[in-house]
Design a protein around this ligand. Structure first.
Ligand code: SF4
Ligand code: SF4
Ligand code: FES
Length: 337
């Protein structure tokens, strides 16, 4: 079948441009094989990374039709099915017939990385962020003893999901927190941080937990957008691992004054008080911290004034009729801590 590839091409420091390539291929081949076809038959200067061709090395991660994926994992047919499904969902006018006649596949480099050339990105920050979480069990634990450092099958099973990470960068590319904060270490690093925390051989778990939850560079910098879970081709579910670290950290917060920690505590307190969240108090308690955070409090003034001006400031608040039920649920959950 004929397929049109629209590839974003760029050299370091220059503006990106789109280039189209029409190829005749079997839809059962992978997107990576399509790129090979273009490179070998039409334009040898097209740059992209590849190595194992078998979803092991992680080097072929790119964006396919606007989402990060492994080029060697996704077949052309799968991509066409996804496009047809998206068209059905959005009710766009293109028919499946025209799609099958000459579908257009958009290819671009991963986001949140500088481009070196075409689809090849500079991954220095990705590796530096990984280094920040000390991605290995402690040196003391790794010291050679007279016997192996054995784990039970149950202890090892806890590492299976996170152990699947191939460091491809797909999650990092789609991470909203990373897009706005260079300090945030990224989903790959936090998934790895959980892998070490959950390892029964780790001896410095408490210090690691403190480091990962002390400020917004760690777990509290995550905005819970779920993009990393959707993007990960190995089902590592970085957000799930981040949530696990957060749950551990909330049991004994290193920095209870951190706004992200107060955000969670205040939300639960307000629901426990009245069944739902009183937005007026929420802002004051989280940002103002009971008048202790003067800067945060001052930051609320423009928003408060805008709300008043647009008559969106609620002067009254009615507790939920279900308050006693919520209160007993929260009491029961707190007893389980
Ligand atoms: S859920 Fe958090 S870590 Fe994952 S992509 Fe979104 S902001 Fe990044
Ligand atoms: S967590 Fe998934 S998406 Fe992120 S680097 Fe690892 S394998 Fe790739
Ligand atoms: S080439 Fe190795 S994961 Fe795609």
């Amino acid at each position: 079948m004929q397929v049109c590839f629209q590839i974003q091409r760029q050299s370091s420091g220059s503006a990106p441009q789109l280039e189209q390539f029409l190829i005749e291929v079997d839809p059962r081949i992978t997107i990576l094989e399509c790129l090979n076809h273009i490179k070998w038959e039409q334009d040898g200067s097209l740059a992209f990374r590849k190595n194992c061709r078998n979803t092991i090395c992680g080097s072929c991660a790119i964006r396919i039709n606007g989402r990060a994926d492994l080029a060697c994992k996704q077949t052309l047919q799968n991509e066409l099915d996804l496009m047809a499904h998206a068209q059905r969902l959005t009710g766009t006018t293109a028919t499946e017939k025209s799609l099958s006649e000459c579908p257009k596949i958009e290819i671009s480099p991963l986001q949140n990385f500088p481009v070196i050339k075409d689809l090849v990105v500079e991954m220095k920050s990705f590796w530096e962020n990984l280094e920040q979480v000390d991605p290995f069990v402690s040196t003391a634990s790794r010291a050679i003893t007279d016997r192996e450092s054995l784990q039970t099958p149950a202890a090892r099973a806890k590492l299976n999901q996170v152990g699947n990470c191939i460091l491809c960068g797909a999650c990092y590319s789609e991470c909203n927190a990373k897009a706005v904060s260079s300090d945030f270490v990224g989903p790959h690093a936090l998934a790895k941080a959980y892998r070490v925390l959950a390892d029964s051989r780790t001896e410095d778990a408490q210090e690691r937990l403190q480091k990962m939850s002390a400020d917004l560079s760690g777990v509290w910098g995550c905005t819970r957008c779920f993009n990393c879970n959707s993007a990960c081709p190995m089902d590592v579910a970085p957000l799930d691992q981040i949530t696990r670290i957060k749950t551990m950290a909330l049991a004994n917060p290193v920095n209870p004054e951190l706004r992200a920690v107060r955000h969670r505590e205040v939300m639960i307190d307000l629901v426990a008080e009245s069944g739902w969240i009183d937005e007026r108090q929420f802002g004051l308690r989280v940002l103002g911290n009971h008048f202790r955070d003067v800067k945060g409090l001052m930051g609320l003034i423009p928003l408060g004034l805008r709300m008043l001006w647009r008559r969106k400031f609620p002067f009254t608040f009615h507790p939920s009729e279900g308050t006693p039920v919520f209160q007993s649920l929260i009491r029961a959950l707190r007893r389980q801590k």
